[in-house]
Design a protein around this ligand. Sequence first.
Ligand code: SF4
Length: 254
Amino acid sequence: MTELQRDDKYRWTGDAIECESGIHWAIAEQANGIVAIIVNSPGGVLTGKQVRVLAEIVGEDGVIKNTRRMTSLLLIPKEKVETALEQLQAIGLRVANLHRSVRNIAACPGKGFSPNSRGDTLGLAKELDEAFYGTILPWDFKIGISGCPRNCTGVQCQDLGLMAEPRGKYSIWIGGSESGMSPTHGKLVRKGIPRTQVIPVVKRILETYAEGAEEFGAELGEGARVRLYHVLEKTGSERFALAIEEVLNNPHVV
Ligand code: SF4
């Protein structure tokens, strides 16, 4: 089984971001010379204090751009990047990544907010972020969580989508992609995953993906950019379904 490694160490050179493991941390100069920093905020949640500091970083006339995937981009001049990184760290915020790791985790408001919700989404987004932030992967890996079948987060359009079921369980889709040249819907591979087993199951899916990318990467001809849906073209979903069952049947094997 492929052992997953993590790396959250990067260095801003004053011009660009460097990271030994090859994760592309989300600090990038834009076409107009302004630098965009994507702030990691699982489920798009920020505290009032954090929002105030983000506003201080960009300044009164600066811009914070939010996306549908609930990430916040700070748009600042290059000379402010170093200080901004220190300010983010001081309020417990980390930089998100663009490639080679788990992206900022998307989640709808879920239980406690949405009257339709069948289960927790934001707490799970935070737990997944803690478990997999900075995990080194073959390429992008997007996770989204919806609290009910109204599916505001579009779980079929994620590399891995989770939807809450009644009584604390979750259904899981794999292999979707909402963007790129060939957007595709993921496949439902398992229903009824207990909340306590979600993290071990996701871990095993990441391992199976990394293993498949290593096995079929050259054949797929995608260079280093092998996504989960590429691996599924070779393995089918059966390999992943079996890996999930193995975890569910033996919770100690993770
Ligand atoms: S997916 Fe369901 S629970 Fe989540 S915000 Fe939409 S309607 Fe509410």
